[in-house]
Design a binder for this molecule. Structure first.
Ligand code: FES
Length: 161
């Protein structure tokens, strides 16, 4: 036999349980949304001084990726250094370096940049941004705390030993 008061009590308990589970799911959803929209931390190097290594470790004409800090360290043929942001200046995709093409070619809309970060083909209209480079006691240091926008390559953007 069904006791109506026990049945009613069971319904109340189930209703509380469902409300509790709904609350937990809601809190988890908020936590996931907060984590998704909060700024990304790209490792311990981003937003700080990155010690790239001894200048002598970088061959003339080389492009070395620092994916955690989101830049490429370029050593030009004359021995100078540029730290190019890996963020495309069109819509912000990460731009890989192609050794074969000797260019940065964006996978999103095919913008291309030369080894100094200058635009080879649109839709990007600005060169890749820079991070400041300093060379101290033979070590290459890159300041990733601030991106430097530029309209074109200028020789004074290059850091020399
Ligand atoms: Fe790179 Fe559009 S984001 S070409």
């Amino acid at each position: 036999m069904n006791d109506p008061s026990r049945s009613l009590e069971r319904r109340r308990i189930l209703l509380r349980l469902w409300k509790g589970l709904g609350l937990v799911a809601g809190v988890e959803l908020l936590a996931i949304a907060a984590a998704f929209f909060s700024p990304r931390k790209s490792g311990q190097q981003a937003g700080s001084i990155v010690v790239a290594g001894p200048a002598s470790d970088f061959a003339l004409g080389s492009v070395t990726p620092f994916p955690q800090a989101r830049f490429y360290l370029v050593r030009l043929a004359d021995g100078g250094f540029l730290a190019l942001s890996s963020r495309c200046t069109h819509l912000g995709c990460t731009v890989p370096w192609s050794d074969k093409e000797r260019a940065f070619v964006c996978p999103c809309h095919s913008s291309a940049f030369d080894v100094r970060g200058e635009v080879l083909s649109p839709p990007a209209s600005r060169p890749l941004e820079l991070f400041a480079v300093a060379i101290e006691r033979g070590l290459v240091l890159v300041d990733t705390s601030r991106r430097v926008e530029r309209s074109r390559f200028e020789p004074d953007q290059v850091a020399h030993l």
